[in-house]
Write a protein that binds this ligand. Structure first.
Ligand code: FAD
Ligand code: ZN
Length: 472
């Protein structure tokens, strides 16, 4: 693109959103051009901040006609590079930040309508003010946005009870590539009028349309909660604990997270103020949380569960949070697990899922395969056991060269994904495809499904202006 074309585009875009909302200052742009792990860096013609759905509509109509590529961006917390422009400097970043209003909370219908740029934490707070729960919960909730959550179909630590972003969305307002607005902010629980279009946009990572607002499901707020940190001999025992929990306490398990000792060691070493809740080290841990909408003594139910589990040698030792502060401390051990891997050197990540009942076998086989490939590697397999979603991360051997280790990223992926495939699993359970897993998608996705995805992309974005080079 020559300078004259760039100047023309910037002035046309300024006429739509206001010149103050066309950001070209490289210093102001810097933090928007790199993703959280530093894996992807790009350049951009400008960052544009529309303030309304109508402005997004006019903006996309212009970009579509001008063949100007658009990269939607919310909180820039995505982990697969989907929100980062390429290196050409000719793409624009469409930031949803000014679109952050909670349009309505309707407690009687248990629905709230939120603009895409509202942070997840702000949406949770708006629900709480109306004495309701919006149950999506991620460690990045202070900065990730509702639009980003839906565009990536985010999961998190409450999926076992409430489902992920897709399950929580009733309707969407989407701006299509040509600028048309698809107004689908439904509050309906039942609606069978043809294709479910909203589900196309959820998880489409900004490649099919720009989500401007969403109507989201709300739940009664929990009146009782109990949290425990339990030491177990292995992931198979953790699975037995999950089954036992459903027998003993029923339908109130709202989180069931697995942590390995090596991961806890990393956290204790690197997260200031962290401490082991148990008196002696255990090979694996489960962070289990129960919540109920009725006022009941869940700590008693939890302690009955843990006693039974100990009698059956499923659990070796456990601590129940006695205070809110203790509960937070347990959760911090889980939430710090990703960050604590960084000071340990390079880490090769796999965000995979297998059927819940196969998680223990998967972890055992994949760990053996990794150690066969690299005997000194440190497997840190943790995460949402109750959903069959394991963050199967591999930290470099102690003292190894980080760059040399990371150079083997694809080979390590192949070792782990071969086991995922044997179990009928997914190579991306939570974080999506973006740039990071685009090649992998091509290699692993069913051919007919991939063809259907390409047809849908071509139908909805024939000029290929929406987030080119991502997903497909
Ligand atoms: P961005 O990072 O800005 O964008 C992500 C993708 O969505 C991009 O492809 C972008 O183009 C697209 N997009 C953004 N907004 C829109 C829009 N309005 N319309 C269309 N497309 C759009 N993810 C999980 O699923 N579960 C977790 O538990 C979890 N924990 C995390 C913890 C940390 C510490 C971090 C850094 C990330 C975590 N993530 C997790 C990943 C990330 O937070 C989620 O993917 C989140 O949903 C992204 O939201 P965002 O607003 O930051 O989107
Ligand atoms: Zn996760």
């Amino acid at each position: 693109m020559n300078d004259a074309a760039a100047t023309k585009h910037l002035s046309e875009l300024g006429a739509i959103v206001g010149a103050a909302h066309v950001v070209t200052d490289q210093q102001m742009l810097a933090s928007r051009l790199v993703e959280p792990r530093g894996l992807y860096r790009g350049r951009a013609l400008a960052l544009i901040r529309p303030g309304s759905t109508e402005e997004i509509s006019r903006l996309l109509a212009y970009c579509n006609a001008a063949r100007l590529p658009v990269v939607p961006q919310g909180g820039n917390t995505g982990l697969v590079g989907g929100q980062i422009p390429d290196e050409s400097g000719e793409e624009i970043i469409l930031s949803l930040h000014r679109m952050n209003k909670v349009r309505e909370v309707d407690p009687l219908s248990n629905v709230m309508t939120v603009e895409a740029g509202a942070t997840l934490a702000a949406a949770q707070a708006a629900a709480e003010q109306a004495d309701r729960l919006f149950p999506l919960s991620l460690a990045s909730e202070g900065s990730c946005t509702i639009g980003g959550n839906l565009a990536t179909n985010a999961g998190g630590v409450g999926v076992i009870a409430y489902g992920g972003a897709r399950d929580l969305a009733l309707g969407l307002e989407v701006v299509l590539a040509n600028g048309e607005v698809m107004s689908g902010l439904s509050k309906l629980r039942k609606d069978n009028t043809g294709y479910d279009l909203k589900d196309l946009f959820i998880g489409s990572e900004g490649t099919l349309g720009v989500i401007a607002a969403a109507s989201l499901r709300l739940f009664p707020r929990p009146r009782a909660r109990a949290t425990a940190f339990a030491g177990v001999p292995d992931p198979a025992a953790a699975l037995k604990l999950l089954a036992l929990a459903r027998d003993v306490v029923g339908n109130v398990v709202t989180s069931f997270e697995l942590l390995p000792r090596v991961g806890l060691d990393f956290v204790l070493r690197h997260a200031p103020g962290s401490r082991d809740p148990l008196s002696s080290p255990q090979p694996w841990y489960v962070l289990i949380e129960l919540a109920s909408q009725r006022r009941e003594r869940l700590d008693e139910a939890l302690s009955e569960l843990l006693e039974t589990a100990m009698a059956e040698a499923i659990v070796v030792d456990a601590a129940i949070a006695a205070t809110l502060e203790q509960r937070r401390a347990f959760w911090r051990l889980r939430e710090d697990m990703s960050d604590a891997q960084r000071p340990e050197g390079g880490s090769i990540k796999h965000d995979v899922s297998v059927p819940v009942g196969a998680t223990a076998d998967f972890i055992a086989e994949a760990s053996a395969a990794v150690l066969g490939f690299m005997p000194e590697a440190r497997v840190v397999a943790f995460g949402h056991l109750g959903d069959g979603n394991i963050h199967f991360n591999v930290s470099q051997p102690v003292g190894a060269d980080k760059a040399a280790f990371l150079a083997g990223w694809r080979e390590m992926n192949a070792v782990v994904h071969a086991v995922v495939k044997r179990y009928g699993g997914s190579i991306s359970a939570e974080h999506g495809i973006g740039q990071l897993k685009r090649d992998l998608l091509r290699e692993t996705k069913d051919k007919a499904a991939l063809g259907a995805m390409r047809s849908i992309k071509a139908a909805l974005d024939p000029n290929g202006v929406l987030n080119p080079g991502k997903v497909l």
